[in-house]
Every structure is written in C-alpha cells, then in structure tokens.
Design a protein. Structure first.
Length: 160
C-alpha cells in the first residue's frame, strides 16, 4: 500500500495528485545526478511496473478505480515528463506544470484509457501518457531556448 499512496503523499488532504507529482521532482533530480537520462527513464519504468501491481492492490483495498489516494501513477508520469531534458530545477518546474496540465486535461488517448481500462494498468497508463505529452512539451520549450528566455525575463522583472 505504501507504494500506491506515494509513501503518504496520497493522504495529503488537498490535491494529493499534485503532492505525488511534487514527490517525484527530487527523485528525478537525484536519478539524473546519479546516472543521467537513462537512469531517469529506468526509474520511470520501475515505478510504472511497481505501480501497476501496487495500484491494483490499492483498488481492491479502497474498492474504487483510481482512488485519489493512489498517487504512484503521478510519480511515474512526472518522472517520465523530465526524461528528455537536463534535470535543472527550472526544467523540473516547467515539466511539473506541463504534467499537471496534461494529467488534468487527459488529452486523447489518456482520457479514454482512464475511463475504459480497468485495474492497475488503467490507473498507471493515463498518467504515463500525460507524462509523455509533458516530456514533449518540456523538451520543445527547453531545446528552443524558451525556458531560458523566460527565466531571463522573470529575473529582469525581479531586478536580478
């Protein structure tokens, strides 16, 4: 159960999914520092596979599909969202924003998977799809220089 609820993040009273996503940020940063891109991808795969099992068990425990306490799916999706860019804190924050947006909007096929696929695989897969969308959006902004440009503008506005 601890894996499914993100070691307690799923019990945060307001926005447990956001708490699960936030939990993934220092994990992604640490994995990237320890082994780069491949270790972040491996981490996302491991969390996804463990999450399928854990989410299935948690659904049985809670008696509902994708209960709000289950946040391992957000952790996996958030890890995937940063897999295509260097894990700077700025890039992590950009990926966090994109992932939360795509996880909330559930663009095709994520919404269909969320509605129609039962069990732990269904719980996990819609967030993995959202993570893939977020990875693409984040990479586009990072590699076109828009993240850095935006950061410079914010710094200038703040007088730094």
């Amino acid at each position: 159960m601890a894996i499914a609820v993100g070691f307690g993040a799923g019990y945060v009273p307001i926005a447990p999914g956001t708490a699960g996503s936030a939990l993934a940020l220092p994990v992604a940063w640490g994995l990237y520092r320890a082994g780069g891109f491949l270790l972040v991808v491996l981490g996302a795969v491991v969390v996804t596979l463990a999450g399928i099992w854990a989410a299935s068990r948690a659904e049985e425990h809670y008696g509902e599909h994708d209960c709000q306490h289950i946040v391992v799916d957000e952790i996996a999706g958030q890890l995937l969202s940063v897999a295509a860019v260097p894990c700077t804190w700025l890039n992590l924050l950009v990926a966090f924003g994109w992932f939360r947006l795509f996880d909330t909007l559930k663009p095709f096929p994520a919404g269909r998977v969320d509605r129609d696929m039962p069990g732990g695989l269904g719980v996990m897969l819609d967030d993995v799809i959202a993570g893939a969308y977020a990875a693409g959006a984040t990479a586009l902004l990072v590699y076109t220089g828009l993240v850095e440009l935006g950061a410079r503008h914010v710094a200038a506005l703040l007088g730094r």
